[in-house]
Ligand binder design. Structure first.
Ligand SMILES: Cc1cc2nc3c(=O)[nH]c(=O)nc-3n(C[C@H](O)[C@H](O)[C@H](O)COP(=O)(O)OP(=O)(O)OC[C@H]3O[C@@H](n4cnc5c(N)ncnc54)[C@H](O)[C@@H]3O)c2cc1C
Length: 323
């Protein structure tokens, strides 16, 4: 139901960057509303790799995606944010003293400033042509948990990080795992490729799924390998063909963008005084797109926008550990 929300700061994006920014905004005494087009918190981590072990988050030698998100949400909740999930932010109107962000369900968020932590935009999985009509009947685009694959013959389609990560994690639980990729070179991390090559996973290159067959759910797949057809048994097909990211409406908000990213200065300010950005969405020379970088940019952005919301506030916050 559409309604009006009044707040100090509105954050677009509840991925790791937006969640850490939410905590930080609370620490700086701001009221905060968080918008996301997905129904769940956690951005790319929740949508694409909740079960993966992440090795490069400071302070955690290894942390499962799901557990990192759980910690971020607990930390963010200290700010008592208003979550506006399952609806995209579609329109922005700015004034000298604030802005109004309109969401796709008609909700209007009145704020003094905005942080865009929209990652790669709203994202949709790239479809598997042979899987048309089979989605939910054996074909999935995400692997949010491994238990449903126990004892199944799994067919993974794709040659990138998600395909190889899922192959590594499904191999111990599935009856068999076959990975099909249409080229003979992979885009995945070399170490993960080597791990899969050394496992029981069967890798078919120069291969393409041409047809899925089954009574009500998928039972077998016809695959063309080097032009030769072969049929394999499968009850679970994971289409890991990447995502079509869409900055969508963000590009109509009058904020400077460059190659589908938002241009920021060293304070994370965009081309608009009251709009800041952080995380994967930002662009500047030398930008590195990692969770750890998003955390740093979130802290930089929130501290630098604090005086925009309250002119008596300082950029340097003091340390959170000080009593
Ligand atoms: C398979 C895979 C493995 C990875 N492994 C690692 C790793 O090991 N270590 C590492 O550091 N990084 C890794 N990354 C990258 C990491 O996930 C990203 O750097 C990180 O998620 C960026 O966080 P973010 O919050 O900036 O953006 P995101 O996580 O993309 O979150 C942005 C959120 O904004 C929402 N959104 C976008 N537009 C709108 C809109 N108009 N309205 C409402 N909501 C909107 C999206 O729905 C999304 O939830 C990996 C990525 C992938 C795909």
């Amino acid at each position: 139901m559409s309604h009006r929300v009044e707040t100090d700061l509105v954050i677009v994006g509840a991925g790791p960057t937006g969640l850490f920014a939410t905590y930080y905004a609370g620490f700086r005494g701001m009221r905060v509303a968080v918008v996301d087009s997905l129904p769940e918190l956690g951005g790319q981590i929740t949508a694409m790799y909740p079960e993966k072990q992440i090795l490069d988050v400071a302070g955690f030698p290894s942390v499962k995606g799901r557990d990192l998100v759980e910690g971020l949400v607990e930390q963010a909740n200290a700010a008592e944010p208003t979550y506006l999930l399952d609806r995209a932010a579609v329109a922005l109107a700015t004034r000298d003293d604030g802005l109004t962000l309109t969401l796709e369900d008609g909700t209007e968020v009145e704020a003094k400033a905005m942080l865009i932590a929209a990652g790669i935009g709203t994202f949709h999985p790239r479809p598997l042509p042979a899987g048309e009509g089979w989605v939910g009947r054996g074909v999935e685009f995400f692997v949010p948990s491994f238990a449903p694959y126990a004892g199944k013959d799994v067919l993974i389609v794709g040659g990138g990080d998600s395909a190889f990560d899922w192959a590594v994690h499904l191999e111990p639980v599935a009856a068999s795992v076959t990975l099909v990729h249409r080229r003979d070179a992979f885009r995945a991390h070399q170490r993960t490729v080597a791990q899969v090559q050394a496992s029981s996973v069967r890798i078919l290159t120069n291969a393409e799924v041409v047809e899925l067959r089954g009574a009500t759910t998928v039972e077998e797949a016809e695959i063309k390998v080097d032009g030769e057809a072969q049929v394999i048994r499968t009850q679970a097909v994971v289409a890991a063909l990447g995502f079509v990211a869409d900055l969508g409406p963000l590009q109509t908000w009058g904020i400077e963008t460059s190659k589908r990213h938002i241009v920021v200065d060293q304070t994370m300010r965009t081309s608009h005084d009251r709009v800041y950005a952080a995380g994967d969405i930002t662009d500047y020379p030398g930008k590195v797109r990692l969770i750890a970088v998003g955390f740093g940019e979130a802290a930089t952005a929130i501290n630098n926008l604090a005086p925009v919301i309250d002119p008596s506030a300082h950029v340097f916050p003091g340390h959170s550990s000080e009593g």
